[in-house]
Design a protein around this ligand. Structure first.
Ligand code: ADP
Ligand code: MG
Length: 265
């Protein structure tokens, strides 16, 4: 059997000595879209941060492997360079840094750096030149229905919730990750913004990418169709299935499910 692209095994994570994740298992292969659903406080964002390499979380047990390599050994920037991407639930405001400059830096440090690695290893890859970067940025901004003026605005400063989420997806579009984690990309979006963002994500997803959608609500999954749905409660995945599981959850609610899993309180 071939090596899975992305594999989380028996992951235990603590913060300030409190155990948040209590043995999570999850495998994402190329071309697959997985949804993680769960009530607030179940550990979804913790999992996203641990995948991206946030230093505050302590992995006490288990592993995360990406193309067979242990990514827990890598700093956050190395994970990004290798193609792991996280769209934050709460994107940060960076005053004084324009969105265009931020994105150019991100492309230089991740996508172009990755291509340099490929070239150094004897492979073929074409780095994104400055002019191509601008062209591509404009193209992707149009796809996400973002006004050109956003390029010169400071990152996320004064952006509405929907604009911040679009900025995250724009970043994803430019970085071309192979493993993308989107943490509550639907939160705070009205229905029109949700459609635009979902169309953007659907345009980026493809046979080479693994996608992990984290969401509290089923609504997002009407627009981005997952192949697999996992329900997280109290730091564990308690139920798994296909897209129908999201609908079942919507109908029953988390409380009914909680009653089925009395250990997950
Ligand atoms: P979700 O994204 O599913 O809502 P989180 O991963 O954000 O859940 O949080 C899971 C649990 O971990 C919560 O009980 C939360 O209070 C706790 N937690 C998360 N981050 C921290 C932190 N930095 N310090 C202390 N507790 C935290
Ligand atoms: Mg969260």
């Amino acid at each position: 059997m071939s090596t899975p692209m992305f594999e989380i095994e028996n992951l235990h994570v603590s913060i300030e000595d409190k155990e948040i994740l209590k043995g999570v298992n999850l495998t994402v292969n190329k071309g697959e879209i997985h949804a993680i659903m769960g009530p607030n406080g179940s550990g979804k964002s913790t999992m996203a941060y641990v995948i991206a390499g946030h230093p505050s979380y302590e992995v006490t047990e288990g592993s995360i492997r990406y193309n067979g390599e242990d990514i827990l050994e890598w700093e956050a920037d190395e994970r990004a360079r290798k193609g792991v991407f996280l769209a934050f639930q709460y994107p940060t405001v960076i005053p004084g840094v324009s969105m265009a400059n931020f994105l150019r830096m991100a492309v230089t440090n991740t996508r172009n750096a990755r291509y340099e690695d490929t070239i150094a290893a004897g492979g073929h890859a074409e780095k994104l030149a400055p002019r191509e970067f601008r062209k591509l940025m404009k193209e992707k901004m149009a796809l996400l229905k973002m006004d050109d003026s956003f390029a010169t605005r400071y990152l996320n400063e004064g952006f509405s919730g929907g604009e911040k989420k679009r900025a995250e997806i724009l970043q994803m579009a430019l970085l071309e990750p192979t493993m993308a984690v989107l943490d509550e990309t639907d939160s705070g979006l009205d229905i029109d913004a949700l459609k635009v963002v979902s169309e953007g994500v659907n345009a980026l997803a493809g046979p080479e990418m693994g996608l992990l959608l984290i969401t509290h609500y089923q609504r997002l999954l009407d627009y981005i169709k997952p192949h697999f749905v996992h329900i997280m409660m109290d730091g564990r995945i308690v139920k798994e299935g296909g897209p129908e599981l999201a609908h079942e959850l919507e109908a029953k609610g988390y409380e009914t499910l909680r009653a089925e899993f009395p250990t997950a309180v």
